[in-house]
Design a protein around this ligand. Structure first.
Ligand code: IMP
Length: 191
C-alpha cells in the first residue's frame, strides 16, 4: 500500500481512480521550497512526506504554463489561483494571441530505499526519490464544466475542458494520468 500525501481531494480522487485500492490518501501539508522546478518540489515533498508517514509515499507537484504569458503561472499556480482566481487568469490569457497552455505534473515516490529501473528519473538526495513526469497540451478558454478542480474549467484539451470530463476521461489524457501510469508500471515491477 502506497500513501498519496496531499491536502488536495481532487488529486487524491484522480490517484484513487487510477491506482485503485493500492493507494490511500493522507492529508499532510509539507512546505514547498522556493524553486521553479516541479521535480525539486516533488523530491523534497516526497522525502518530508516519507519521514512523516514512515512508509512508501507518493506526492504530486503540478502547475499550468500559459504560452502567451511566458509560462505564467507555472510554479506559482497555487498562489495565483488563490489571489487572481481562474476567471482572471482566463481573461488575461485570452487577451494574448497565443492561448496555448500545458499542464505539468511530477509525481515523487519515496520509501527510504534506493530506487532505479526503466522509466524512472532518480533524485539522488537522501533518501533517494523516484520521479515520474506528465505533460498535457491544451488551450485556455472561458470557464466551462462542473467537474474536476483547480484550473480544470479553463483548460481545454481536444474540444472539452478538463471540468467537462469524468475523472476517468481526464486521467486517460492528463498530465497526472501520464505520471501515475509511469509510476504504476515501475511500481508493479518493484513489488
Ligand atoms: P500543487 O501541485 O498543489 O502545487 O498545484 C498547483 C495549483 O494547480 C493548485 O492551485 C491546484 O489546484 C492546481 N492544479 C494542480 N493539478 C491540477 C489539475 O489537474 N487540474 C487543474 N488544476 C490543477
Amino acid at each position: 500500500m502506497v500513501t498519496f500525501v496531499t491536502t488536495n481531494p481532487g488529486k487524491a480522487q484522480e490517484a484513487e481512480s487510477y491506482l485503485g485500492e493500492s493507494v490511500a490518501q493522507h492529508a499532510f501539508d509539507y512546505p514547498e521550497p522556493q524553486t521553479d522546478s516541479f521535480a525539486e518540489v516533488a523530491a523534497h515533498g516526497a522525502r518530508v512526506a516519507h519521514e512523516h508517514v514512515g512508509g512508501p509515499v507518493i506526492v504530486d507537484d503540478a502547475g499550468l504554463s500559459i504560452a502567451g504569458l511566458e509560462g505564467f503561472p507555472g510554479p506559482f499556480s497555487s498562489y495565483v489561483k488563490e489571489t487572481l482566481g481562474i476567471d482572471r487568469v482566463s481573461r488575461l490569457a485570452r487577451r494574448e494571441p497565443d492561448q496555448s497552455a500545458a499542464f505539468h505534473t511530477v509525481v515523487g515516490y519515496c520509501d527510504g530505499d534506493p530506487v532505479d529501473g526503466d522509466g524512472v528519473t532518480v533524485d539522488d538526495g537522501t533518501p533517494p526519490v523516484a520521479l515520474f513526469e506528465g505533460v498535457v497540451d491544451g488551450r485556455i478558454v472561458a470557464p466551462r464544466g462542473e467537474g474536476g478542480f483547480g484550473y480544470d474549467p479553463i483548460f481545454e484539451h481536444d474540444g472539452r475542458t478538463f471540468a467537462e470530463m469524468t475523472t476517468a476521461e481526464k486521467n486517460a489524457v492528463s498530465h497526472r494520468g501520464q505520471a501515475l501510469s509511469a509510476f504504476a508500471d515501475w511500481y508493479g515491477d518493484r513489488t
